[in-house]
Design a binder for this molecule. Structure first.
Ligand code: NAD
Length: 360
């Protein structure tokens, strides 16, 4: 099969990690008889530098014409002082909205060879961890009405959390379906004791739960969820939550699993066109130094094979290759302290090791 993939390398470590992932896809193509046509497009800080805007129309057009989109990360201190509508992150929010990507799937898996990287006590994580956070991506406070105004005590600023019933329903369906394919346990995370938007969220989840009698569904307040994730993460299978709560909880889950450099994500909409990216940002502190861990991006490419192209064997091969290099003790600096060899690998060396496993 031939697949057209739009590639947004972005800023900071983005180009380094994306190159490793596209080279992995090329190996998959050679091994399993597929061809991947990559088209590089601009977004984020590099797009601002080249075109004056974080998300050029051309980028949206090429992404829409592609079968899938692979993204590194955007942003960095160079663009931090620009006004809100010109910030690199605006590109990120814009592309998600333009492609109608309302569901963000963030698996948090603690690989057995990295067990020591988990900050929790061994008895807390026991046999490892496998949690899926389903985050609503195009609604809530990140997209609500916002502004500044003169208040009683001088200038003030506001952002608005707003969810409609259809927005909650569609993300809930994604989460219930995902739970059905896993351990059939869903935790819906909200702040219904305080927020009206959370009360609507909860009512809607309860109504839909009746359509999924095989899935055990419960409500968890977000502050409790944050606590339970470090107290007893094994109690969770799938968590579904709003845009902002999901943003925060998935970063928390990332630390349970060792390094943010290990965590992939998939952003899905109605059709097959999705956006696959690591959970982390552009890591400007280590950009250009060969220190970035490419594994999150490589597993994100694997998720693309699984969700966008239905290539389960090929996706399994990527997961197995990653596990295999970790078992051999190969590590990038972010995970170097964890049962690995003494000298950490560079970004490219880690990519090479994974590709060698795939070819073996
Ligand atoms: P970050 O995720 O970029 O970095 C946080 C820490 O994790 C840093 O110490 C970094 O070196 C480390 N890290 C991240 N990815 C790593 C990897 N693959 N390998 C090894 N170490 C890694 O978060 P930040 O520092 O808060 O943000 C930096 C920039 O990225 C900001 O401009 C922010 O807006 C942007 N950002 C972009 C995205 C995205 O494009 N999806 C997401 C989050 C943040």
């Amino acid at each position: 099969m031939n697949y057209k993939i739009a590639v947004i390398k972005g800023d900071g470590i983005g180009p380094e990690i994306v190159d490793e992932a596209t080279k992995v896809l090329e190996v998959i193509g050679e091994k399993y008889g597929h061809s991947f046509a990559f088209t590089n497009v601009l977004m984020g800080g590099c797009a601002i530098d080249a075109t004056g805007v974080p998300l050029p129309d051309e980028t949206v057009k090429i992404c829409k014409e592609s079968d899938s989109v692979l993204l590194g990360a955007v942003g960095g201190p160079k663009w931090d002082t620009l006004p809100g509508h010109l910030r690199p992150e605006k590109g990120l929010l814009g592309i998600r909205a333009a492609l109608g990507l309302y569901a963000n799937l963030r698996p948090a898996v603690l690989y057995a060879p990295l067990k020591d990287a988990c900050l929790l006590k061994p008895e807390t994580v026991q046999d490892g961890l496998d949690i899926l956070i389903v985050r609503e991506l195009t609604g809530g406070i990140y997209f609500g009405e916002r502004g500044r105004r003169d208040g009683k005590n001088g200038p003030e600023a506001y952002d608005t959390e707003c969810y409609s019933v259809p927005e909650i329903e569609r993300i809930a369906h994604v989460a219930f379906e995902a739970a059905r394919k896993r351990k059939k346990k869903l935790a819906s995370v909200d702040k219904a004791n305080v927020l009206e938007s959370s009360r609507l969220w909860r009512e809607t989840i309860h109504r839909l739960a009746k359509d999924y009698p095989d899935v055990e569904c419960r409500d968890v307040l977000v502050d409790n969820a944050a606590m339970q994730l470090v107290r007893d993460p094994g109690q969770f299978d799938v968590l579904v939550t709003s845009n902002m709560f999901g943003d925060i909880l998935s970063d928390e889950a990332s630390m349970i699993t060792g390094s943010i450099g290990m965590l992939p994500s998939a952003s899905l909409g109605k059709g097959k066109l999705g956006l696959y990216e690591p959970t982390h940002g552009s890591a400007p502190d280590i950009a250009g130094q060969g220190k970035a861990n490419p594994i999150a991006t490589i597993i994100s490419a694997g998720m693309m094979l699984r969700y966008a192209f239905d290539l389960q064997t090929e996706a399994d091969a990527i997961d197995a290759a990653v596990l295999s290099v970790l078992k051999k003790g190969l590590r990038t600096p972010d995970i170097a302290g964890v049962g690995g060899q003494n000298k950490p690998l560079t970004t490219t060396e880690m990519g090479d090791a994974i590709r060698a496993e795939l070819r073996a």
